[in-house]
Design a protein around this ligand. Sequence first.
Ligand code: SIN
Length: 460
Amino acid sequence: MAKLEVLNPATNDVIETLEYTDEATINKQIENAQKAFESWREVDAHTRSQKLWAWSKLIDEHKEELAELITKEGGKPLKEALGEVDYARSYVDWYAEEAKRIYGRTIPANTTSKKIIVQSFPVGVVGAITPWNFPAAMITRKMAPALAAGCTIVCKPAVQTPLTTIRLVELAHEAGIPEDAIQYVIASGKDAGRIFTESSIIQKITFTGSTPVGKKLIEGASSSVKNVTMELGGLAPLIVHKDADIDFAVDQTIATKFRNAGQTCICANRIYVHEAIASTYVEKLSQKVNALKVGNGLDKGVDIGPLINQKGVDKVIDQIKDAVSKGGKLSRSLEDIESLGGNFLKPVVISNVNQDMIIMHEETFGPVAPVMSYSKLDDAIQYANDTEFGLAAYFFTKDYATGFYLYDNLDYGVIGWNDGGPSAAHAPFGGMKESGYGREGGIEGIQPYLETKYLSIGNM
Ligand code: SIN
């Protein structure tokens, strides 16, 4: 049986060795999920809600343990990992309540002898594929609405971070959610993608990850017309207009840009600052960014942990070198950025940036903040929208007319106005264009797990 070594990105030590789930077992698990679906769908909404609340309670009771796992396998600082556990739990809480709000409606018919009733039903067995950057939150964001809707779910966590998923699933079972209603498999993305899309049992695929992989899954799912939700790549612009509170914008930029060492789909990838304030903004941002503490996420006071692996480090370094070769100025030298070795990179601000640099067009997934100045707001909007991505965007202005103008004209699904942390379980997270489709969170987030059926009752 092939083995998976789970590494700690801070040390590259093996923290656990797991067996890959073979194909026959995965298919058996999917069959079991179908059997479990037949009974879970019959469990009334209030009982499903109570089970989700019981899961939430256990997640809270195991908060420190889960956070430590997240830090060990994913690298993010412990304080961030603790925040992620709360964030993950907030999806369970939200959908524990939404389970009870799957309302139907009646439609006035075109004759008094008829009645039309509309109701929502669970889609069936769900196949979920989740990323390594939020090992807990991306699991609950999919599992909680699926279970609330009455679906059962088989999840394939990222091979870098399966341990948090395993523990979350164990806690769900402990909470009374039937074992086959919520399962995980250990597999490569390629294998799970193929098995899930080829399965005649799985009715829905939900994926968070890169756009190229998302496209392959959409293609695979199309042969059996499976329902899909895709939360794909981003290239978030962040605009700081001339009337913004600069100190506040700097702090919020750091909050979005350096969360998880810049390894989030919604972190600011490109920063556009009005020319009147650009040098002050760069100076203040550089000072604070250069002071951020980098190290093992388990150590006290660490703000930025390691990147997930060497491939991630190489990509970031290539983008920095490209920017420098095109005139970019670094807030610290390249030697200093790389000085800690391993998967660690010290954070850096790049100023004197232009649109020709790779960093302005390709997702970075690292602790680099490139800043370009603009003179007209419409130019900043045009730069911001000049991408195939449309996940998240940010802007800073105290002026309402400017704010709503930006909101109306930025082609993004998640927008933060004077807010570097817009994500919330009660809001519909998701992107436009090649950043995917479907929404997770909010009242919208349960819809992808439901089918609409209507009943037209004629003369009785
Ligand atoms: C992501 O980056 O994939 C998710 C970020 C979030 O939920 O805030």
